[in-house]
Design a binder for this molecule. Sequence first.
Ligand code: KG4
Ligand code: ZN
Length: 355
Amino acid sequence: MEQYLSYAQRVSKKEYAAEPLILGIESSCDETCAAVIRGRELLSNAVLSSAAEQAKYGGVVPELASRAHTDAVGKAVFEALAQAGVRGEQLSAVAVTYGAGLLGALLVGLSFAKAYAFALGLPLIAVDHIRGHMAAAYLADTALEPPFITLLASGGHTAVLYTKSYTDFEILGSTRDDAAGEAFDKVARILGLPYPGGPSVEKLACEGKAQIPLPRMFAGNGYDFSYSGLKTAVLNYCHNKEQRGESYSRADVAASFQSAACGVLAERAVAAAKAKGCDTVAAGGGVIANGYLRELLAKECAREGLRLVLPEKKFCTDNAAMIAAEGLVQYRAGNFAPLTLNACAHIPLGKKGKQ
Ligand code: KG4
Ligand code: ZN
C-alpha cells in the first residue's frame, strides 16, 4: 500500500509550528475517544472501548454506553493530551461530535467538551460524526486535496460523494434502505455470530468460498445502493436449507455475502471517479476496515489508474482523530459553535443537524 509523507515532513518548520492544535472528542456509540492533531499531523489517539461489555448483550445497550463514557471521557482526553505532549492551554480549539448517535452517549462527550472549552477559553467546534468518517482521509494522506470521490460505508450510511472542496460535497448516490454496515451486522445475527457483526463476518468469510449466488443490489441506474434485498436473500438461503434439513457452509454464506456487499461499493466508487473525471478515490467508515473490501478497492483503482486513499483500519472505525480532522476543516472555515450546543441523534447526510 502507498506510503504517505507525514504532515511535518511535507511542510516547513515555520508553517508546522503555526498550525492549529485541535483536540477531538468522540462519544457517539460505544467508544470513548480523544485525539490531538497539529494541522493534518496526528499527535495522539486514545480509544477506550466498552465493546467487550456490550458484546455480552449482543449489541450496544445505550445506558451502558453512556455510563462507560462517563467513566472514560476524562481519562481519554487527558491520555490524548499526555501522549501528544500538549497542555490544554496550548490548544487552538476543541472539536466534538454533536451527532448523529446515541443521545445519552453524545451528551457525555459534548458536556465534557463544552466544560473544557469554557474553562480554558477555547473555541468549540461541532462535528457531524459522518463528516468525521469522511475527513479521516485528510490525515491518512496529508497531501490529499479536493476534488475527489469519497466512498462512505458505515453502520448508518452508504454513499458515493463528489467532494468538491473541504466543505462542499455532492451526494452522487446513497443507500435506499439498509447501510452496508447494517447489512453486515444483520447477516452476522442470521449466522449467529457475535457482536460486532462486521469483523465477525469478515473472520468467518476467510474460511469460506464466495460460491453461493446472491443478488448484487444496484438500485436504479445512478449510484444508489440497496442492501435489504441482499440481506433477505441470505436469510432465505439459510432458512430454506434449515427447513429442508440440508447442511450448508456458514463460512461460504459469509464469503458470498461479503463479496456481493463489497463488490457494489468498489464498482460504484470507481464508476463515479471515471464519470466525474477524478483521479482519486478516498474512503471512510467502519466497513472500509474490511480487508476484502480494501484489497478489492486497491485492485479496481489500480486497474483504472486511480489513486486510492484508505485510512488505516483503526481510523475507519470510530475514533477522535477523524473528529479533530473535520474540526480542522471547520476551524479554517471559521465555523464555531456556541456553548448552548446540543446533541442531535439524527443528522441526514449533507444536512446540518439541529444544534
Ligand atoms: O462507521 P461506523 O462507526 O458506523 C457509523 O458511524 O454509522 O462503523 C460501524 C459499522 C458496523 O456496522 C460494523 O459492523 C462495520 O462498521 N464494520 C465492518 C468491519 N468493521 C466494522 N464491516 C465489515 N467488515 C469489517 N471489518
Ligand atoms: Zn462511526
